[in-house]
Design a protein around this ligand. Structure first.
Ligand code: THU
Length: 128
């Protein structure tokens, strides 16, 4: 993917991170999911006092896209407020793989953007 597009995806994830509701963990996360059509769906983490009801940024972005009838995806970018690379949690990896397939995963901190394939992050994934 071209650098410009990767950087745009990271910027969109950063913008979304500003909307994060993370009063419990204080760990803000933003994600931006790029579709094959070129649309970008963003998401942030949304925590709930009943912590198990909280939603991750990647899941928020994915559900937003799926609910708009998007079915083909290209890449996802993930950023956090912690100043280090934030990798999608296991459950988001599983969910992304199920609906988006083996997309590129970009994680970014202030200095560097890293790329992984989703299958690299979730080898031997569960499937039915
Ligand atoms: N979180 C995400 O939004 N995405 C991830 O991939 C890892 C974790 C959120 C969940 C929770 O709101 C906070 O980060 C860490 O406790």
């Amino acid at each position: 993917m071209k650098n410009e597009l990767i950087e745009k995806l990271v910027r969109e994830a950063e913008k979304s991170m500003k909307n994060s509701l993370a009063p419990y963990s204080k760990f803000k996360v933003g994600a931006a999911l790029l579709t094959k059509k070129g649309n970008i769906y963003t998401g942030c983490n949304i925590e709930n006092p009943s912590l198990m009801l909280s939603a991750c940024a990647e899941k928020t972005a994915l559900l937003k896209a799926l609910s708009e009838d998007e079915r083909s995806f290209r890449a996802v970018a993930v950023v956090s407020s912690a100043g280090k690379h934030c990798y999608p949690c296991g459950s988001c990896r599983q969910m992304l793989l199920e609906f988006a397939g083996d997309i590129d995963v970009y994680t970014a901190n202030a200095n560097e953007i890293k790329r992984y394939s989703l299958k690299e992050l979730l080898p031997f994934a569960f499937s039915v």
